[in-house]
Design a protein around this ligand. Structure first.
Ligand SMILES: [Mn+2]
Length: 238
């Protein structure tokens, strides 16, 4: 029986006051950290307590107080992080966020804390492990459609954690224009789209899973097994 709710850290993005519609002009140059609420709601519905992580706080300090980590969607990781030149400028770079999230993953590895990566989060986990990305794959970038639109199927690899929790296949939304190219050290592919794009990764030894689609946006969020896996695995940390 769960006596306390596991604390799940969730990262955000750095903006300025001017990026908030109808904000006071006098606040235009102040920093604002933004967090899409659906990730936190997924954690709450699975029985966890979400904690939005300030981008300026020390990652090691933060993780020592947490039971798990959720890396959400967002813009592109600086290709320099995986030794490549910039080939696309779809999203503005987020160097502070790259720095924070890669440091959090390093710390979570050391503590063997559970991590759920979603979209950009999957890519951060792969790049942290020494993997690389394809920088622009338009068929997966359903940016002009309703975010819940299920664009393609994914097939899960039997015997993996994602296969165990999701079953053999499901249809998913697709709001990413980058995909995994070379898989990082210690990671294995656990879900793929029909044409062979990598849609799920997990670590072979550590409690780390990641999906390329957005379960937090789907109508099935409250029963999505990825959020349950994260909260239940984090609860084992007590
Ligand atoms: Mn996709």
């Amino acid at each position: 029986m769960m006596h306390r709710r596991p604390l799940i850290g969730i990262t955000g993005r750095r903006k300025k006051g001017r990026h908030i519609v109808e904000n006071l002009e006098v606040l235009a140059d102040f920093n604002v950290d933004l967090y899409y609420a659906d990730y936190a709601n997924g954690v709450i519905e699975a029985g966890g307590l979400p904690v939005h992580l300030p981008i300026d706080a020390d990652p090691v300090d933060l993780l020592e107080h947490l039971n798990g980590l959720l890396l959400p969607g967002g813009g592109d990781i600086d290709p320099g992080r995986y030794g490549a030149e910039v080939e696309t400028n779809t999203f503005p770079p987020e160097p502070l966020r790259d720095e924070q999230e890669l440091a959090l993953v390093s710390c979570a590895y050391e503590l063997a804390l559970p991590i759920l990566g979603i979209c950009r989060g999957l890519q951060v986990i792969n790049v942290h492990a020494g993997g690389t990305l394809h920088q622009d794959i338009p068929p997966h970038a359903g940016f002009e459609q309703v975010a819940t639109t299920e664009l393609h199927m994914v097939t899960f690899e039997p015997g993996t954690t994602l296969g165990d929790i999701y079953g053999s296949e499901r249809s998913v939304n697709s709001l990413h224009h980058q995909t995994v190219d070379r898989v990082g050290d210690g990671l294995r592919v656990s879900a793929q789209s029909p044409e062979g794009s990598i849609e799920g990764l997990e670590h072979s030894d550590l409690p780390i899973i990641a999906v390329q689609w957005h379960p937090e946006m789907l109508a099935t969020r409250s029963v999505d097994p990825a959020f349950s896996w994260l909260v239940e695995t984090a609860a084992e940390r007590f």
